[in-house]
Design a protein around this ligand. Structure first.
Ligand code: PRP
Length: 205
């Protein structure tokens, strides 16, 4: 299922990232700002529990998030560019790291590093990647999380191509996708149009 987070703040910030002359510093800052807003949406249905605390005028009923079992899963490299923003919103979570790059000729995902948080089967996994293009990288990441026993998986993206969304809906219909925009299409090299260019290069220089 796709959730397009098209809040005016997100739309404005995405416009900054689309500029060809955006600086590395600005791209990093704004990507993390959007990541915070995507996290806000992607955690909307977290369960709360009530408890009583000592307030200034005596005991008061408050709520806190039940269980707090979340892991964020940045996909190397470019997913690192959203990590700080997500951690600002859910600071106590475990981080799982997945390294995948896309073979530039075949566009097939190549897996090179996986280190998942403990008790992954009990956790909500929030996958981070600025771009969902053909969907190969995301599908591989979901496969490996599911193989490890994870059943509650969501993905956060700055831009997504319709081709990648269709693939994930076909292969992993249980996974929720939160994206700041669904762009027009992929070009012949598998780049999203209008897209952001190479987000990894823009973040890492
Ligand atoms: C980009 C992007 C995604 C992937 C999307 O990474 O960050 O991980 O491509 O493509 P797909 O949906 O067609 O699989 P890239 O391979 O450029 O690696 P990098 O993050 O190391 O730069």
């Amino acid at each position: 299922m796709v959730h397009v987070v098209d809040h005016p703040l997100v739309r404005h910030k995405l416009g900054i990232l689309r500029r060809d002359d955006v600086s590395t510093k600005n791209f990093r800052e704004v990507a993390n700002e959007i990541a915070r807003l995507l996290t806000y949406e992607a955690t909307k249905d977290l369960e709360l529990e009530s408890l009583s605390v000592q307030g200034w005028a005596g005991p008061v009923d408050v709520e806190e998030i039940k269980g707090k079992k979340i892991t964020v899963v940045p996909i190397l490299r470019a997913g690192i560019g959203m990590l700080d923003g997500v951690l600002d919103m859910v600071p106590g979570v475990k981080v799982s790291v997945v390294g995948i790059f896309r073979n530039e000729e075949t566009l097939e995902p190549v897996r090179y590093y996986v280190k998942l948080a403990g008790n992954i089967e009990e956790r909500l996994a929030l996958i981070l990647d600025p771009m969902l293009a053909t969907g190969g990288t995301l599908s591989t990441t979901i496969d490996l999380l599911k193989e490890a026993g994870c059943t509650n998986i969501r993905g956060l993206f700055l831009v997504a191509a319709p081709e990648g969304i269709e693939r994930i809906e076909r292969e992993h219909p249980d996974v929720h996708i939160y994206t700041a925009a669904v762009d027009e299409r992929l070009n012949e090299n598998g780049y999203i149009l209008p897209g952001l260019g190479d987000a990894g290069d823009k973040i890492f220089g």
